[in-house]
Design a protein around this ligand. Sequence first.
Ligand SMILES: Cc1ncc(COP(=O)(O)O)c(C=O)c1O
Length: 449
Amino acid sequence: MAENVRDFDRFHNEVDLDAHWMPYTANKAFRQSPKMVERGEGMHVFDAGGRSIIDAISGLWCCNLGHCHPRVVAAIQEQAATLDYSTAFQVGHPKAFRLAERLADIAPDDLSAVFFTNSGSESVDTALKLALAYFHAKGEPNRTRLVGRVRGYHGAGFGGTSVGGIGANRRTFGPLLPGVLHIADIYDHEHQAFSRGQPQWGAHLADDLERLFVTNHPESIAAVIVEPFGGSAGVLVPPVGYLERLREITARHGILLIFDEVITAFGRLGASFAAERFGVTPDIIATAKGITSGTVPMGAVIAREGIRETILDATDAGIELFHGYTYSGHPLASAAALACLDAYEEESLFERAAKMEGVLEAVVHGLKDLPYVRDIRNIGMAAAIELEGDANAPSRRALSVFETAFEEGVLVRTTGDIIALAPPPHCERERHHCDRRRRSEGNPGAHLG
Ligand SMILES: Cc1ncc(COP(=O)(O)O)c(C=O)c1O
C-alpha cells in the first residue's frame, strides 16, 4: 500500500484513506492527491490548516443557506436532545406533519400530498412508484412504462438509474428496469451555444415524446420524468416553451409529468420550485438537498392530492401503499427543514437569489473569450462553462481547472469537460459580510481572491 494511502498527514491530522470507498470519485486519484475539508461557515469551507475555500457548488447543489447556518444548527441540536428518532410507520411526530403542511403551502396548485424520503435518489424512486401505484389503483394497470430523457440524472437507485440518461451511470449495471424509454436531449450546441438563461431555440424537442408513440401506445406510459434544468450533465437549460409543450403533450395523453426538483427547488432558481419559476405545474415533484440545506439527509415527494386520494380510496382497510423508509420524516431532518424554511422566508432568500442571477450571468459570460471555452450556460444560481475536450484525454482540461481552483481556494464541480458552478443562493449576504470585513480591516481587495 502506498505510503500516502496509509498516512494522509498534510495537516498533522492522520487519516487512513484505505477503507472509505468514495462515491462518484476517482478513488485511486484521490488517494494520490487527497482533498479534505474540516469545517464550514457561510459560503466557505476550511481545510485542517484553516485555509478558506469558497464553496462555489453549495456543497453538492444542496447548501442553499451556506454552511452551518446558526438557526439550523440550533434546531438540529435541540431536536437531537428532545426526540432523536421516532418510528415512521404507524406512529408520527408533530414536526413531520408541520413540515408537510409547510411544503404543501409553498408547492404549486393542488400538489399537497407529501411523502418523506432521505435523499434525491429515494425521492425519484418514490415518485416513479407513486405513478405506477396510482394507475394500478385507477384501474389502468397497463400503464407501466416510464420515460426519462437523454443526459438526465435522477440519482443512483435502480429506478433513477433506469430513467437516467447518462451512459456512464448505466453501462455497468445490467438491463436495469424493463419498459423504460428516453426522449431526446434538450441541448443542441449549434443552436444554443452561449445562450443567456433559457435558449430561444428548441421548444420542439418536447415533441420527441410523440415519436415514442409510434412504437408504444401512449396509454402504456405512466410517467415522464425530467429535471426542469439538467444539473449533473452540466446545466442544460430548457429552451423557452419546452416544458410547456411537454406538459401539454403529457396532459393530452393522461401521462403523469414528474419534475425532479432535487436541485432546482428551494431557491436555486429564485423561487420555491422550478415549477413556479417556469410557470409549468407537473403532477409530482421530487425534492431533497436544499430542503435541509444539506444538513441532515432528507427528501420529499409532493404529489397532486388526486393521486393520493386515488391510491387511498382503492383500499378499504389496512396499508394503502406498501412503500416507505425507516427514516421517512426523521425528527432531526424535519427540525432542520423547518428551520431552513424559516430562514429562507425571513432572509428573503429566493428573492435575493433572483436578484443575484444577473450578476452570476454577467460574470460567467465574461469568460467567453478565454482559451478552450466552447459554451457557457446559466439559469438561476447555476452556471456551466464547457471546454473543448482534449481528444487524447477527455475530461483532463476540466479536471485541471478543478485542481487549480481548489489550490486557489475555490471549490467547483466538473462533469466531463464541463465546469459547473452553483453558489449558495444566499451569497449576497456573504458579499455583505466580506464588504464589512474589508471595510473594518481597512484593506479593500484583501478578500477578493
Ligand atoms: C436531479 C437529481 N436527482 C436526483 C439526485 C440524487 O440525489 P441523491 O444524491 O441525494 O440521492 C440528484 C443528485 O445530484 C440530482 O441532481
